[in-house]
Design a protein around this ligand. Structure first.
Ligand code: PGA
Length: 251
């Protein structure tokens, strides 16, 4: 049996400064994740403006870099956008697309998110597609309907490329709130997503499924032990080198 590595991705959101990032990276490099967290592939996603600095500081390390969003366009008159070819030049490997903060504050539709995933793949980036329900949707028994609808747009848009993505299940009610989905709650949704991917395309059953939402050093191991949880997308705890390293080691 192939033992798949876990994938642990830090989403720095709108945080950081050159000084803050330098200290955070120093802490991450000192943690020597290649040696201390050999079962984790690790990446960090800083704001676009820091991508160049962060990629340079992490060059040659075991930590990859990604972006928090991506334009669907490659170039053109699209003020304020940043494209796949641009971030590839600075060494980005991953692009988070469809984070709930983008879906809600920037009105990103399921189809736009799917198109961003396609754009990422077409420029050699691995899209980390986020899906997740709000508290009201969960309480209304709509969790599977919502994540199923969000994932379906991606399945329909990517076709053959579906197996090349990463999916992150991030219940909106657990993001930044300190409320983590229980391992059982997360596993149930991950199993649902796995089945949906498998039935769309046999090969896509192997798509890594990350859990995100208040992952911390003290709950990571239990979450990562679930059958269909292949890693984590980490917000707040990714801003502390010791916490992020501990989460990677929990893999
Ligand atoms: P959190 O954020 O870990 O701070 O809850 C996770 C995310 O939004 O990716």
């Amino acid at each position: 049996m192939i033992v798949m590595k876990k994938l642990v991705v830090g989403n720095w959101k709108l945080h950081g400064s050159r000084a803050f990032n330098a200290e955070l990276i120093q802490g991450l490099l000192a943690a020597d994740l290649a040696a201390t967290a050999p079962r984790a592939d690790v990446a960090v996603c800083p704001p676009f403006v820091f991508l160049s600095d962060v990629a340079a500081a992490l060059q040659g390390s075991a930590i990859a870099v990604g972006t928090q969003d991506l334009s669907v366009q490659a170039q053109g008159a699209f003020t304020g956008e940043v494209s796949g070819p641009m971030v590839r030049e600075f060494g980005a490997k991953y692009a988070i697309v469809g984070h709930s903060e983008r879906r809600s504050y920037h009105a990103e539709s399921d189809q736009l998110v799917a198109d961003k995933a396609k754009a990422a793949l077409s420029h050699g980036l691995i899209p980390i597609v986020c899906v997740g329900e709000t508290l009201a949707e969960r309480e209304a028994g709509q969790t599977e309907a919502v994540v199923g609808r969000q994932l379906k747009a991606v399945i329909d848009t990517l076709g053959e490329q579906l197996s090349q993505i990463v999916v992150a299940y991030e219940p909106v009610w657990a993001i930044g709130t300190g409320k983590t989905a229980s391992p059982e709650q997360a596993q149930a949704v991950h199993a649902f997503l796995r089945a949906q991917l498998r039935s769309a395309q046999a090969q896509a059953a192997g798509v890594p499924l990350l859990y995100g939402g208040s992952v911390k050093p003290d709950n990571a191991a239990e979450l990562f032990a679930q059958a269909d949880i292949d890693g984590g997308l980490i917000g707040g705890a990714a801003l502390k080198a010791a916490d992020f390293a501990a989460i990677a080691r929990a893999a």
